[in-house]
Design a protein around this ligand. Structure first.
Ligand code: UD1
Length: 391
């Protein structure tokens, strides 16, 4: 029996863990040697719309343990998670801890696992933005340095690890697990009606759109990174551009992250957004709803990592509102649909106007085939055997 404990903490983790759980169940169904799986939620995201809704939509079983860490500064989130997670590991004694992505839960639980000499596997290893002001970059670097098995989504990420001196036997290219979730759910998402999504998720007080909402008649924006949302000199011109230019051309749908909502209210911009008939402000939407919106969008403007990847496979032209990306495989120069536009409005405008002329063009990088989780389970069992035989 192999005992695995996997960790989730924030919204982008949930779509990465769902396929893994499914692949473990499949393994247990087909094999005599079973995998025991324990799911820990650190509780970094706790709103129903940021967390529980994803468990339900993606059929993720309730976490076995919830550390209920909640919001706080980075040191608070990481520190509280470490203290609570150490107790869990001392009690559960798993053979492996599996962490996904690059959120604070990923870093905290990696450190605790290695301090207790428990084998560590990182899914989505090797991504690098090169930007040390990005909290996630620190999380990625620490997690990868500590991991015993580094499972990469693309060969560029495997190369990053090699350049850093990671031993070859620790690196394995498995593909993108988030695309497993996309492939398993896109048909269901495709059946959703745009109007129903809007009606069910419109923020209180927001004017219903005057123009009719049909496929390819709208753009979507998502913004949540501190570097875009927190500095007023970045955020205010960006909002002006959206209000005065983008909504003149097309409807603009914004499923709003709590951080951006707080800032809009603080800067007294909230009212001009909710009363603009071309601005459709939504509460954070569910997984299928977001995939459906993405499938019919003329373009995406985003600072999210996962959306860059989903746009790539779905074919949505994407303006990545960042100066760098840890996911260069999604860029147009590498075959993808995204272009880095940073947060300077002049640069954004230029690419926005060009992107208005583009058609949707799907691109599927190698091994983004919907079967990554199965490869992960196989590789984990094989690595466990190898490491045990070396003892
Ligand atoms: C986190 C991840 C980021 C990921 C993002 C997706 C880190 C370092 N960052 O950033 O990589 O892309 O999640 O959303 O781990 N809040 C709520 N309800 C919630 C959760 C948060 O209202 O359920 C509010 C809190 O006031 C909090 C703010 O949102 O201060 C930001 O939340 P936090 O978890 O600190 O980071 P994210 O910006 O969500």
């Amino acid at each position: 029996m192999l005992k695995i404990l996997s960790v989730v903490g924030a919204r982008p983790n949930f779509m990465k863990i769902a396929p893994l759980i499914r692949a473990i169940e499949k393994h247990n169904h087909e094999n005599v040697i079973r995998i025991q799986h324990v799911l820990v939620h650190t509780g970094q995201h706790y709103d129903v719309r940021m967390s529980e809704a994803f468990f339900k939509a993606l059929n993720i079983p309730n976490p076995d343990i919830n550390l209920e860490i909640g919001s706080g500064s980075h040191a608070e989130q990481i520190g509280y998670t470490m203290v609570a997670f150490e107790k869990v590991l001392l009690e559960q004694k798993p053979d492996w801890v599996i962490v996904v992505g690059d959120v604070n839960a990923t870093l905290s639980c990696s450190v605790v696992a290695k301090k207790l000499n428990i084998k560590l596997c990182h899914i989505e290893a090797g991504l690098r933005s090169g930007d040390m002001t990005m909290p996630e970059e620190i999380n990625r670097l620490v997690t990868d340095r500590l991991s015993d098995l580094l499972l990469t989504p693309d060969t560029l990420s495997s190369d990053n690890l090699r350049k850093e001196g990671t031993p070859e036997e620790k690196i394995y290219f498995v593909g993108n697990i988030m695309i497993d979730t996309l492939e398993a759910n896109r048909e269901k998402a495709g059946h959703l009606q745009l109007e129903t999504i809007i009606n069910e998720n419109l923020v209180a007080g927001c004017t219903n759109p005057k123009r009719s909402l049909v496929d390819y008649s709208y753009a979507i924006i998502t913004l949540h990174r501190p570097s875009n949302v927190d500095p007023e000199k970045v955020f205010i011109p960006l909002i002006d551009f959206l209000l005065n230019e983008v909504t003149k051309d097309q409807l603009l749908i914004w499923p709003i992250h709590p951080r951006a909502k707080k800032q809009l209210i603080k800067l007294r911009l909230w009212n001009s957004l909710i009363t603009n008939p071309s601005f459709i402000l939504l509460e954070p939407v569910g997984y299928h709803e977001m995939v459906r919106l993405n499938m019919g969008a003329k373009m995406m403007l985003t600072d999210s990592g996962g959306l860059q990847e989903e746009c790539c496979v779905l074919g949505t032209p994407c303006l990545t509102l960042r100066l760098n990306t840890e996911r260069p495989i999604t860029l147009r120069e590498n075959g993808g649909t995204s272009v880095l536009v940073g947060n300077n409005v002049q640069r954004i405008r230029k690419e926005y106007l060009h992107t208005l002329t583009l058609d949707r063009l799907p691109y599927r990088p190698d091994l983004w085939d919907g079967h990554t989780a199965e490869r992960i389970v196989e590789k984990l069992i094989e690595t466990d055997k190898r490491l045990n035989s070396n003892l």
